[in-house]
Ligand binder design. Sequence first.
Ligand code: NAG
Ligand code: NAG
Ligand code: NAG
Ligand code: NAG
Ligand code: NAG
Ligand code: ZN
Length: 441
Amino acid sequence: MRAAGSLCLGLLLPAVLGLEFSYHHSSELGAFLRDVHQQHPDITALHSIGRSVAGRELWVLVLGRFPTQHTIGIPEFKYIANMHGDETVGREMLLHLIDFLVTNDKRDPVVTRLIDSTRIHIMPSMNPDGFEATTVPDCSFSEGRFNENGEDLNRNFPDAFHSYNVTIQPETQAVINWIKNETFVLSANLHGGALVASYTFDNGNPATISLEGYSRSPDDDVFIHLAKTYSSNHASMYKGVYCDNKSVFPHGITNGYAWYQLQGGMQDYNYVWGQCFEITLELSCCKYPPASELQAFWNDNKAALIEYIKQVHLGIKGQVLDGNGQPVPNVIVEAKGREHICPYRTNRHGEYYLLLLPGIYVINATASGYGSILKTLHVPNGPENFSALKCDFVFPEVFTTVRDASCPTKPLYQQFESISAAGKPTLRFLALVTVLYTVFK
Ligand SMILES: *[C@@H]1O[C@H](CO)[C@@H](O)[C@H](O)[C@H]1NC(C)=O
Ligand SMILES: *[C@@H]1O[C@H](CO)[C@@H](O)[C@H](O)[C@H]1NC(C)=O
Ligand SMILES: *[C@@H]1O[C@H](CO)[C@@H](O)[C@H](O)[C@H]1NC(C)=O
Ligand SMILES: *[C@@H]1O[C@H](CO)[C@@H](O)[C@H](O)[C@H]1NC(C)=O
Ligand SMILES: *[C@@H]1O[C@H](CO)[C@@H](O)[C@H](O)[C@H]1NC(C)=O
Ligand SMILES: [Zn+2]
């Protein structure tokens, strides 16, 4: 009876059977997002954060119990795909993720709790012009990697380590404005051409690079955990088999610089200037596989995509308040021993979010001109509970202003430049590495 009933329903309402496994070009992608928003207006918001060089919208669908605006205590998460227009799997994975989340809200307990506890921003394509320029599926590199002006968007962000003179493209500027506008805490950038989870830093200097050619951030333990969360929940990434079968990535993860160095990448920008931890996910050896393989890619990535979002609840979060109970922006809140080169500060609501693995930490909240409050905290495993540990800092004084503290856009590590030459590979070697590997990240 039941089987017959659902069969009838399927025949009557083919539209509810879900999104088909095919490539969605710009107009279909826009139509799908508008349709999702129309059918689920309570948990979605749809907006464009700008336009590509050729004038295509840069769509973002936002999901959450309060999708139209930030809510205090609810962390902001983002996924971006198709930054290289010829790397197409991530673009379709994010459309299927959207479909999965909206259809399982109030049905699946994990999806329901995710939507209750998190505001999830999804940008299926950062380079719609490059995608449209890549006409047929092709596993190898194509010109569609670049935007309409021929620029590689993952080399187009300000760089923390070197003077890097690039013309910021409209797609890049839109993402930079978006990052400044929201308090993103965790993010991933979906690529193709390899099968690995790569984490910051992609660039470095002697202050960050160890002898093994690894560029370590102060949050290296957290980044390893984040990358492993994705690879170990993926059907095969954790095996670490490189696409050419020659080398392996242990656990299916790698430090970005240890794989190959690059300047102007998006993940370093997020971490240094956006207060947002981002990793780069290479989802397919073939950059643009035939549509017939998309269903298998979805099966391989679905659990990993969900489990990764949950990690936005690692660590601690809270507000800084003054003696009048007013939230205070611009207060530096960091864990001792992992201070950032550009200090992480409270947002306009006086909020902070710090991703930390379970353990004991000393947290230092410093309001310029008013001193510091130090607290020792025992941090539990937040994702298990869909919430970071909540801890507010209350200063006794009534604050007038806390000095504004924008971070310089010039290279932050330039004081180390003079000693960096000795530790660097020769230019000739760098050029060779660039030629060999530039097709991936
Ligand atoms: C950066 O590049 C632009 C355009 O190529 C050029 O006009 C400008 O002088 C350069 N700036 C520096 C600091 O090299
Ligand atoms: C910035 O945030 C405001 C308020 O949440 C929103 O209306 C606007 O669309 C956002 N702009 C961008 C570029 O994200
Ligand atoms: C890698 O090895 C697997 C299993 O041995 C084989 O099926 C696949 O074709 C190989 N791939 C390449 C690119 O050599
Ligand atoms: C707390 O942070 C501030 C600002 O980063 C720093 O100046 C101060 O030395 C720190 N205090 C301790 C005890 O680490
Ligand atoms: C889980 O979250 C609730 C509500 O935020 C909190 O009261 C509880 O202590 C948390 N439990 C753990 C183990 O973190
Ligand atoms: Zn790429």
